[in-house]
Write a protein that binds this ligand. Structure first.
Ligand code: TRP
Ligand code: ZN
Length: 470
């Protein structure tokens, strides 16, 4: 192709020549470096510019005995500009080799950035394949709020959770929720271990050395923070929801079973959510219960949320399930939009109670206004300490105002527009942005248009305001 022959010339000469022969400016053809971050307001270095990933194929070989991971990541992406180099987010681990389009590529690392320089520049619009071979002992990260995420070892295995940036501890990628992709994740583990991830288990085979190979497939777009891995002596239960969605759950020894306690209602909750929010967004559902003490929180990992030990309350299971619509299918455009995840998931807890003989959402709303812990044990938290749509810092994106203050916003809308328009709005929102991304501004615009109400006061006071009205 023309630009390849030209690429051996000095860059300015190429630009000048192309401008002359094609009328284009140089940089539409000639590559320049992709940005090393997407300037997220809270995690500015998360993600990378200049390309979008279509698919991750991760081949991961893990030995719980020594904690060593050998990985091959094949990333298929589309260049959004001419690229002379591009970045991947990757933390720890040793990179052993990188190829782009099958050709050896140069690379270097600084902090959590892996910069890849392909042998030939990539053209705008080009779909390209990057393969990264790596190994080492993956390590967890500590978040700005002090919580632990990433690859976390357990007594007899490991668990991976990635909100907001922990997935970069176990695979290189474009680790920002605005770049969603489909995944194939294959684990090779010693005999006797289960390896659980997102999506559908395509095959479970034995390799030549007697190790077990689990091939997981996630066809729907997934934000990388929702990718998960759980390796250990899990007890696996499979089944179907009443309407036929496949279920695959894994429970750590000593943490009960998938068909006892609050988890037993998960199949029913999938059906309930489909009625309230619209069709369940993924081909499979289930849960992963990791050993108690591994994690301090549950996470809505796609299709198969992770629980930190057997869940004690239905509300927690409902919360993580509701995230499948709000967060996983409709994902935030930036970490500033976190209230769209947590406000909806918290409001879903209130709705579940309302639909199952508990307090109504209105009663929850009033209880939080009054700090009445008889209705909800959390009603006295400082839910109005800051506006849900503007957490003061990166350490606050999972704080109470994002959860409860976010739920209060949703209930205020319901009070303004009535049940019929409110539930049409909720379903319409989930449908309109299904498997996509949305921001707070997208939501306020959609809510106004969908209900035909002027909701400016709700936004000003409850979403952006400094304090609720007295
Ligand atoms: N998003 C999770 C949920 O609501 C919770 C969570 C993930 C979290 N990471 C966190 C809470 C860090 C506090 C700190 O289900
Ligand atoms: Zn949540």
């Amino acid at each position: 192709m023309e630009h390849r022959a030209l690429s051996r010339l000095a860059a300015p000469a190429v630009a000048a020549l192309l401008a002359l022969t094609t009328g284009c400016t140089g940089d539409t053809v000639q590559g320049r470096p992709g940005a090393s971050g997407l300037r997220d307001p809270y995690f500015p270095r998360a993600g990378n510019g200049g390309y979008q990933v279509d698919h991750y194929a991760l081949d991961l070989d893990y030995d719980p005995a020594d904690g060593q991971l050998h990985g091959t990541a094949v990333i298929t992406a589309r260049a959004e500009q001419g690229l002379s180099s591009f970045n991947l987010d990757f933390s720890g681990m040793n990179v052993e080799g990188v190829t782009v389009q099958g050709e050896g590529a140069r690379y270097n690392r600084t902090g959590n950035e892996l910069t890849v320089r392909p042998a030939e520049d990539l053209k705008k619009g080009e779909v390209f394949r990057t393969e990264i071979d790596y190994s080492g002992k993956p390590k967890p990260l500590e978040d700005p709020d002090g919580s632990k995420e990433g690859w976390i070892t357990t007594e007899d295995g490991a668990v991976a959770v990635g909100e907001p940036v922990g997935s970069m501890t176990w695979f290189p990628g474009n680790h920002h929720p605005s770049d969603k992709a489909s995944y194939d994740i294959t684990f090779t583990v010693p005999r006797g271990y289960e390896a659980v991830s997102n999506g559908e288990l395509r095959s479970r085979t034995e390799d030549a050395d007697g190790r077990t190979v689990f091939a997981w497939h996630s066809p729907e777009p997934m934000a990388s923070y929702l990718a998960t891995a759980a390796i250990g002596p899990y007890k696996v239960t499979t089944g179907r929801t009443p309407s036929g969605t496949g279920l695959y759950s894994a429970v750590a020894p000593g943490e009960g079973t998938a068909d006892t306690g609050p988890l037993a209602r998960l199949p029913e909750m999938v059906e309930w959510g489909s009625g309230r929010f619209g069709p369940y967004p993924f081909a499979t559902a289930g849960a992963i219960v990791v050993p108690a003490g591994t994690l301090g929180y549950a996470l809505e990992t796609q299709g198969r949320p992770v629980f930190p030990g057997a869940p004690a309350e239905e509300e927690l299971v409902v919360h993580e399930l509701a995230h499948q619509w709000f967060g996983d299918s409709v994902s935030p455009k930036s970490w500033k939009d976190m209230w769209l995840n947590e406000g909806f998931a918290t409001y879903a807890e209130w709705l579940w109670a309302e639909d199952h003989g508990g307090p109504t959402a209105q009663e929850y709303f009033e209880a939080f206004e009054a700090g009445d812990t008889d209705v909800d044990k959390d009603a006295d938290v400082a839910w109005d300490a800051f506006p849900p749509a503007s957490p003061p810092g990166a350490g606050d994106i999972s704080a109470d105002p994002v959860y409860y203050g976010g739920a209060m916003v949703l209930h205020r809308i319901r009070q303004e527009v009535g049940d019929e328009k409110f539930f049409a709005l909720v379903r319409g929102w989930a449908a309109d942005h299904r498997h996509g991304n949305a921001s707070t501004a997208d939501f306020t615009a959609y809510a106004g248009a969908s209900t035909g109400h002027d909701l400016k006061k709700v936004w000003d006071v409850w979403l952006y305001g400094k304090a609720r009205p007295k």
